[in-house]
Design a protein around this ligand. Structure first.
Ligand code: ADP
Ligand code: 5GP
Length: 208
């Protein structure tokens, strides 16, 4: 049974860094590559970070019902293709999604068993420092991201887990622990433990 992990965070909280650590350090996971109408940034390669498409194509795919969820974020469309879940299920992998709070709300309804994780920087000051350190955005964009963050963090209460990314290594270990712990929920391991139980003979052992 494929577990679905939804990870959301205001920009600059360290989500990409932590998701990268999760994907490279824990096996059995696959990342959902979203479709977006935003233009590629820096070194982003089509089909890796995102599938980059135009608005007309996005709207056509959306209207055909191809997306499990979609949202408009910072003036661009973003969507999760249903193939992402189907392929994960076929391959027996767990699925990791990096999506915003609107998308998380839609998916929570469609997949109630999805595990949701919200990542937060330890303070506004640290968030600003990290946005500046990343040196990808202009002053104006950084100001807008900080204002958006103040709004986005209000939604933390909709998530199952809230991870404060203070020390990077500690946060990465905690995120990995969440995935590992969710994988041993009784409902997820039922099939695996049946053959173990079958090796025990309750009646015979009681008589001894
Ligand atoms: P997001 O994907 O949430 O926008 P990034 O992963 O790009 O954020 O991180 C923003 C910046 O902060 C990057 O330069 C990253 O190296 C740095 N960063 C991430 N986590 C930490 C941390 N715990 N301590 C210090 N810097 C961090
Ligand atoms: P960025 O453009 O910085 O990569 O992402 C902007 C925001 O869009 C982030 O909050 C990211 O989580 C969100 N996002 C990325 N892909 C999807 C998606 O498929 N659906 C939704 N709803 N949000 C997404």
């Amino acid at each position: 049974m494929t577990s679905v992990f939804i990870i959301s965070a205001p920009s600059g909280s360290g989500k990409s860094t932590l998701v990268h650590r999760l994907m490279t350090e824990v096996g059995g996971l696959t990342f959902s590559v979203s479709y977006t109408t935003r233009k590629p940034r820096g070194q982003e390669v089509d089909g890796e970070a995102y599938h980059f498409i135009g608005r007309v194509e996005f709207e056509a795919r959306r209207d055909r019902g191809e997306f499990l969820e979609w949202a408009e974020v910072f003036g661009n469309y973003y969507g999760t293709h249903q193939d992402a879940l189907q392929i994960a299920e076929k391959k027996g992998l767990d699925l990791v999604l990096d999506i915003d709070v609107q998308g998380a709300a839609q998916l929570r309804k469609r997949i109630p068993s999805a595990v949701t994780i919200f990542i937060l920087a330890p303070s506004r000051e640290k968030l600003e420092q990290r946005l500046r350190m990343r040196s990808q955005d202009s002053d104006e964009v950084i100001r807008r991201r900080l204002a958006d963050a103040a709004r986005e963090i209000q939604d933390y209460s909709l998530y199952d887990y809230v991870l404060v990314n203070e020390d990077l290594n500690e946060a990465a270990e905690t995120l990995k622990s969440v995935v590992r712990a969710e994988r041993i929920r009784r409902i997820k391991v039922e099939e695996k433990i049946k053959p173990i139980l079958a090796t025990f003979d309750y009646q015979a052992d009681r008589k001894q």
